[in-house]
Design a protein around this ligand. Sequence first.
Ligand code: ADP
Length: 313
Amino acid sequence: MQALSIRQLSKVYRNSITALRGVDLDVEQGDFFALLGPNGAGKTTLIGIVTSLINKSAGEIRVFGHDLDAEPAKAKNCLGVVPQEINLNLYDRLDNILINQAGFYGIGRKAARKRAQASLEQLELWDRRADIARNLSGGMKRRLMVARALVHEPRMLILDEPTAGVDIEIRRSMWGFLSDINASGTTIILTTHYLEEAETLCRHVAIIDQGRIVENDRMAGILGKLHEQVVIFNVREPLASAPELAGLGSRLISDTELEVQIGPGYDLNEAFKLLTDAGVRVMSMRNKANRLEEVFFRLTERHEDQTPEADSP
Ligand code: ADP
């Protein structure tokens, strides 16, 4: 069964900004899924709609088969949400925060206490249960947000930028907790602009840019594509068909323009040798701009821009 199924989701804000343009997305049960994209791509809007915080303009969403419009309570019961901003009642005790949250899902007080304990233990906060949230460190507050999202035992956990602005140690420890939660059977979707985060944690990744899904693949597939370069050779003699280049993909763009995919493990020297052996003489060449690489390039640039100070030595 699909944990999440999104069809033709669109969002136009009141100021007529179009944040989502017909998004289709499926996330399988048990998956660890990254929604990756630069700032302003539409990630928060998408998550906001799935978690009923933002109204969609058009489209259909199913959570474990429950239509969000037709069966909102059933759909919401399957979801645990960790928002980007810390929104805890800072003067409340940790155990009360979780027990109250369980109450929102109609869980009785006795059962809620048990669930609160299990969640706090899972996130290693049980020792602090009688403390108020204000006294926790930044990393612990984020863990408390995750514990709170898990208290009603949702089948899917959605996190919006779970490690934005936190130092590398907290980020790593959060990765450990999230991996364990996923290993215990909970489907996880997270948004991030940290490529490394997606690469470390996730099995599937969709890249969103300007409100459209521009890539959607297994992590391994995405990384494979990233390491491939595409070069266009202008050749001296017109070609009737693309030559066979052992191990490299090639196709004709026009009779004097040959596009060659140079995969991981190959270099330009080998491409030239294969072309020479095939009797093809190259006049000039250029790199084909790769859409995916462009998106990643911008992402990693922003990654560096946004590295929090705490990350600096
Ligand atoms: P991301 O989470 O990927 O950074 P967002 O979903 O926050 O992207 O934003 C997508 C687009 O929608 C951006 O152009 C943003 O300025 C716009 N946007 C987001 N929230 C609102 C809002 N409440 N009103 C108007 N425009 C918004």
